[in-house]
Write a protein that binds this ligand. Sequence first.
Ligand code: PLP
Length: 430
Amino acid sequence: MLLNKSEFLFNRAQQFIPGGVNSPARAFKSVGGIPVFFNKAKGSIITDEDGNEYIDYVGSWGPMILGHAYPPVVKAVQDASFNSTSFGAPTEIEINMAELVQRMVPNVEKVRMVNSGTEACMSAIRVARGYTGKEKIIKFEGNYHGHGDAFLIKAGSGALTLGQPSSPGVTKGTAKDTLNADYNNLESVEKLLKENKGDVAAIILEPVAGNMGCIPPEPGFLEGLRELCNRHEAVLIFDEVMTGFRLARGGAQERFDVWADLVTFGKIIGGGLPVGAFGGKKDIMDVVAPMGPVYQAGTLSGNPLAMSAGLAQLSALENHPEYYVELEEKTEYLEKRMRLLLNEHEIDYDMHRVGSMTSIFFTSETVTNFSTANTTNQELFRIFFHEMLNRGVYLPPSPFESWFLANSLTYEMLDATLTAADEALEVAKA
Ligand code: PLP
């Protein structure tokens, strides 16, 4: 596969953009090589600057659940743009969006639109703190909630109980309010709650982890967190930026029948435009300005183009429950056959799938959390990734990312992916 133009563009980009990309995950750091530059996509076929076509399993990292350039989304954006790209004043479409979100996710009694998943999670934490009057939060190692300071904190090593900033520029002062627990380990959460009795405002998590590969919650984990939050009067926040409107109309909450106090959204809710949202119980959301004292704002929040795109995509999902069934069947088809291939090639692996999220770990361990995810053979993934890319399959360029399937994938595309995987595994294991 020739990537001449991508290479040229990447060299040019690096002169003007840090690392040549506007978000680090795009830079191919974990797999090496030149990041592919794209210029168009339709459905599940994405075309690069050199004219190469790929079957897309990234879907812009999740938003494109119905495929790229989904006609109702394209039309909605076109139509809205003729009436102004922004008002900075209230519009009816924002109410339509809030009502639709509430229908699809019934415990979101009130919702505030923002411009990214990061903003949604930052705001949810502030609201939880304002509501409870407490300052600390518990998050989980290997979960990602965007680049807000409070989330860029890793667990202290060994005997250190205090978290450490995981990025320069994040202060130690911030780090002291973020506690890290072990995913799928309720005891680690109970321990932190005990050590910080009366100080924990919120527990935030990805109800299905998608940022250390795809890792499902073990039975009882989400229920246990719900119970701990009730007992300790902490706000339970589900970060459904990836899982929202993907795992079911009501996201992971509906799929697992565990209901959080606050939920954050991103990705699918914007139909590919920059949208995030946070919402939940009325009494909590009513602390948000201008109703309440917790400040939160945005010049472009509820932007008409973004709302139109999101509304078009969510409406399609609301009106076509069969899309979820089809998408799950397709993902299961891929998973089952991929497992057979991995077995045939006698490669150590663990593979998870929840709905249309899946990923492969090249390891002999059972992957349930950050430390077991880290046992994956990254070199094997690197080779597998490039062999797949060369055969026209665009996977997330990291072993620690979930694959996002779209309903625009056809069984022919899935079969082509499996043929490519068979060959790629043959090379990778050598
Ligand atoms: N939360 C989760 C679970 C995510 O996966 C992401 C991004 O991938 C975010 C939050 C941050 O969203 P954004 O990149 O829109 O700021």
